[in-house]
Design a binder for this molecule. Structure first.
Ligand code: SF4
Length: 309
């Protein structure tokens, strides 16, 4: 049974099993950019990407150490004995030469009470040399790599301007797994024109992969993204809170119970949020998911790999 009467395997539970104490993630902007923005692949980035490269709570104006100190001072009233995972969140955090990457990762790891490293990147930014570096960190600390797949469907990936095919993702997962490196994959629900059946297909595909964790996001429409412009032309509908809860529950039931659920709702910058407004109330979304799972006696993985209801 999952801890705290949860009906799914939470990151809190996984970290408690590993460390036996409270672990907090500290979000870091390592000052990287992204090949999907700097012209190497494209210049406009993913359709939903905000000006901060999907790292809306970070600021590269400060050093890595300063960013960590600032977050800890905000958290110290609530958690004064916690340990930390340094989370390189903004843009593509393996997009630099190995020497620079090592310097930045080491600065974060050398910070007191840091017990692990989480690195968000793209599957096409994992050369052999970088994989070797990551493997060396996985031997000395608790490491996971996050990959923003969002969907397995090529048409949706083109619409999102993701900039790599599914085969690149598959190769990255295989390479990381061969090196015993944990992977966390992001998927987005309510991508314009995708059906619930297509979302299920993505979930089932991921559930069969050797991934450690999953982040499920509601499509977040930000005014500083190209998605925001598309939304203002009224070209696609956005889920209501209830539709999102139904969709998440449907997906959770198809995900292996061994996969750690890192997130069930988005956390973007509220100042630039265009839609959906209910996303601001994260607690009510999470409670709604729990309530539905419990009242319908559902559990993560109950319908594992089952495409139809
Ligand atoms: S890969 Fe990430 S940082 Fe790069 S454009 Fe897409 S969402 Fe933004």
């Amino acid at each position: 049974m999952y801890l705290n009467h949860k009906t799914y395997y939470t990151l809190n539970q996984a970290l408690k099993e590993e460390f036996g104490e409270k672990i907090i993630k500290l979000s870091i902007d390592g000052g990287f950019t992204c090949p999907n923005r700097d012209g190497t692949i494209a210049k406009r980035g993913c359709l939903f990407c905000s000006e901060k490269g999907s790292g809306d709570f970070t600021s590269c104006a400060d050093s890595i150490t300063e960013q960590m100190e600032q977050q800890i001072s905000l958290l110290s009233n609530k958690w004064n004995n916690a340990k930390y995972i340094a989370y390189f969140q903004s843009f593509t955090n393996t997009y630099a030469d190995v020497k620079e990457l090592k310097k930045k990762y080491d600065e974060a790891l050398d910070f007191p009470d840091v017990v692990g490293l989480a690195i968000a990147t793209r599957p096409d930014c994992l050369s052999e040399e970088i994989l070797d570096l990551l493997e060396s960190y996985s031997k000395q600390t608790f490491l996971w790599i996050e990959l923003g797949l969002q969907t397995i469907h090529e048409k949706s990936a083109v619409l999102l301007r993701r900039g790599y095919p599914l085969s690149t993702f598959d190769d990255a997962i295989k390479n990381l797994h061969e090196r015993n490196i944990r992977t966390v994959v992001h998927m987005i629900l309510n991508i314009p024109y995708e059906t619930q059946q297509q979302m299920r297909e993505t979930a089932i595909y991921l559930s069969k992969k050797t991934i450690w964790g999953l982040k499920i996001h509601m499509l977040y429409v930000s005014s500083d993204s190209d998605l925001g412009k598309l939304y203002q032309q009224n070209t696609f509908p956005v889920f209501s809170r209830e539709e999102y809860i139904d969709s998440v529950v449907d997906i959770l039931c198809r995900i292996s119970p061994n996969i750690v659920i890192h997130r069930l709702t988005g956390d973007g910058d509220k100042a630039t949020l265009l839609a959906p407004h209910w996303i601001r109330d994260k607690r009510s979304v999470l409670n709604g998911i729990d309530k539905k799972m419990r009242s319908e006696k559902l559990l993560q993985g109950l319908l594992e790999h089952q495409l139809c209801p």
